[in-house]
Design a protein around this ligand. Sequence first.
Ligand code: FAD
Length: 293
Amino acid sequence: MRLDQILAAKPATLSFEFFPPKNERAWFTLEDTVEQLAPLGPDFVSVTYGAGGSTRGKTREVIEHIQGRSGLTAMAHLTCVNATRAELATLLDEYHAAGIANLLALRGDPPKGQERFVPTDGGCAHAIDLIHLIRADGRFTALCAAFPEKHPDAPDRASDWDHLADKLAAGAAAAITQGFFAVEPYLEMRAHVAARLGRAPRIIPGIWPVTGWKSVQSFCRFCAAAEPEELRALLQPLEADPVAARQAGIAFTVAFCRRLLAAGAPGLHFYCMNRSTAAAEIVTALRLGGAAI
Ligand SMILES: Cc1cc2nc3c(=O)[nH]c(=O)nc-3n(C[C@H](O)[C@H](O)[C@H](O)COP(=O)(O)OP(=O)(O)OC[C@H]3O[C@@H](n4cnc5c(N)ncnc54)[C@H](O)[C@@H]3O)c2cc1C
């Protein structure tokens, strides 16, 4: 099903993000995870696209598997890395033939060993070029990425959020954010984008289920984001007690999601890391508290 129809029908969506498994054992883990999360009734799930286009075939294979087996609506992540426009157009044909109707249009990070993103000759320089290409094709709903703490390459928040507004104006049906841990930057980003767009933007918070300080640290390193001091103060003293740290992290995430939903966030997108338990606990707690996701 196309996501623009789902988004039009639901004020707040629930979604989960997976990555293509690296080996047979990881396939089984992902299958278990999908099986455990499916009863929560997510509005969609998404599958990432490896750096440099390395998992191109696998992204499609995982989505075909999930859609075929569980009937869930799925979205393929797609980047501009190492692809000409002609190659991207061929990929769109392949995705359409595989029953994929939804794409998260991304620029992508530079491949390993390359410091800055360099567009492929004849390819797309920015995510917005890919959105134009997908919109011109007409067979897919396109979503895009957003960065409440600003994208690491951007000189400042304002210019980065202007580019986000432009992606939504170009036809991205919604944006999904990178993981973040404080509500204020999300609200500032949303207000900035609304002012430039002239309408309320649909920006779905990406939620990193917190289960311990080390995982927050490695997430921040991976995304070149600042380490959240509030979480450091909460979790660092519990490092010797992983059970207590996990409990505190989950409680923090539930409270964070509640604040986002109370502020009108149009859904929650969970970075599951192909595991089900933390995300399922958080969604269950939110629903028990009355959240309509
Ligand atoms: C929800 C989510 C899922 C992701 N999934 C994947 C994945 O599966 N695979 C993967 O490789 N990466 C993934 N990423 C990471 C993403 O590819 C990188 O963060 C990438 O560096 C930026 O992608 P973007 O789509 O935001 O790029 P863009 O929107 O092109 O922005 C990149 C930079 O260029 C600037 N910019 C944008 N447009 C213009 C313009 N017209 N002129 C000048 N500057 C401009 C922006 O401010 C920003 O600094 C994901 C990120 C998010 C938030």
